[in-house]
Design a protein around this ligand. Structure first.
Ligand code: PGA
Length: 221
């Protein structure tokens, strides 16, 4: 799967949105996506995936769908789990290794390696989050999101200069598409993307409001 850049990901996290809110988000953002040469991805909660997929198809949108996680298990007797094979009809991408999952759900490097394998064998492209330059990146990963913990949800982003240094170092390890995540806004997105070292952004807080995410796309054009 080719990754057209800039690569912009909206991570809704576990924030509740009604069907109408999702539909309105897509209509608003889609207007900016039509003449955008990069990749725009929406990662809603599991419970919104089917409706989001339906809506995107109904307007023939270029926006791609991602899950925010997936199970380390294959399908079968795993009550409550959402496996890669269950997601594969809906999602082209899956966020794996987000620091909120590493911290709150004890996801180790070993678990994350298994999740990456599950994703790739179901033809889902992992968007793999690292918190530092030495975070282990499993085989099969093409898209890496550098997300320093201090910057997530704090309004205190890393400096573009440091984020670019990290991106360069990660690119020395392999041919990765590198995203930056952590307090990205419409005001600061350009500073991360200019110079073409960082290939895209992963956006939490500022992606919740469609107008604000649309402004981020506009700034990235
Ligand atoms: P933030 O979240 O944009 O709200 O900092 C980013 C993320 O957690 O991916």
């Amino acid at each position: 799967m080719s990754n057209l850049t800039p690569f912009l990901v909206a991570n809704f996290k576990a924030n509740k949105k009604t069907g109408d809110e999702i539909s309105n988000w897509i209509d608003t953002v889609n207007e900016k996506v039509e003449d955008f040469r990069g990749t725009v991805i929406i990662a809603p909660p599991y419970t919104n995936l089917a409706q989001t997929d339906w809506k995107l198809k109904s307007i023939n949108s270029k926006i791609k769908l991602s899950s925010q996680d997936l199970s380390k298990f294959e399908q079968g007797a795993y009550t409550g789990e959402v496996t890669a094979s269950l997601l594969s009809d809906l999602c082209a991408y899956s966020i794996i290794g987000h620091s909120e999952r590493r911290q709150n759900f004890n996801e180790t490097d070993e678990v994350l390696e298994t999740k990456v394998q599950m994703a790739t064998s179901a033809k889902i492209q992992p968007i793999f989050c690292i918190q530092a330059v030495d975070t282990l990146i499993p085989k099969g990963v093409n898209v890496v999101a550098y997300e320093p913990i201090f910057a997530i949800g704090t309004g205190n982003p890393d400096t573009p200069q440091n984020a670019k240094e990290i991106a360069k170092k990660v690119k020395e390890k392999g041919e990765y598409t590198i995203l930056y995540g952590g307090s990205v806004t419409a005001e600061n997105v350009k500073s991360f993307l200019e110079e073409n070292v960082i290939d895209g952004v992963l956006v939490g807080g500022a992606s919740q409001n469609p107008q604000s995410f649309a402004t981020i796309i506009e700034a990235a054009k």
